[in-house]
Ligand binder design. Structure first.
Ligand SMILES: [Zn+2]
Length: 106
């Protein structure tokens, strides 16, 4: 179902870092407004990040340098996350609202 072999989805991360998007945003692969980013800090500047598109199902997950302005949420159960974003997809509205709230307040 999910595809993780197209690195173009990682353009979402660069757009996220420069705060140029609100979510959902335009998918760099299929062009639909259905792309999401979620991240969680593990310690200091290191954390885990997911980027995915609900339409074309391209996704990426990896360890990233987490921006200093990022604050972790308290509504995602990290024990339910995995490499592919099935659980995150089920929470995408809450995630998008949370991410947009941070981006609008920095
Ligand atoms: Zn897409």
């Amino acid at each position: 179902m999910w595809r993780d072999d197209n690195d173009d989805i990682e353009k979402l991360w660069r757009q996220f870092i420069i705060k140029s998007n609100r979510f959902p945003c335009v998918c760099p692969i299929c062009g639909k407004i259905s792309a999401h980013v979620y991240l969680h800090r593990f310690k200091e500047n290191k954390g885990s990040a997911w980027m995915w598109c609900s339409e074309c199902k391209n996704c990426s997950h990896g360890t990233m340098i987490i921006p200093t302005w990022w604050c972790d949420d308290n509504f995602i159960d990290l024990s339910k996350t995995a490499s592919h974003p099935d659980y995150l997809e089920s929470k995408k509205e809450s995630i998008d609202n949370y991410v947009n709230g941070i981006l609008d307040n920095i």
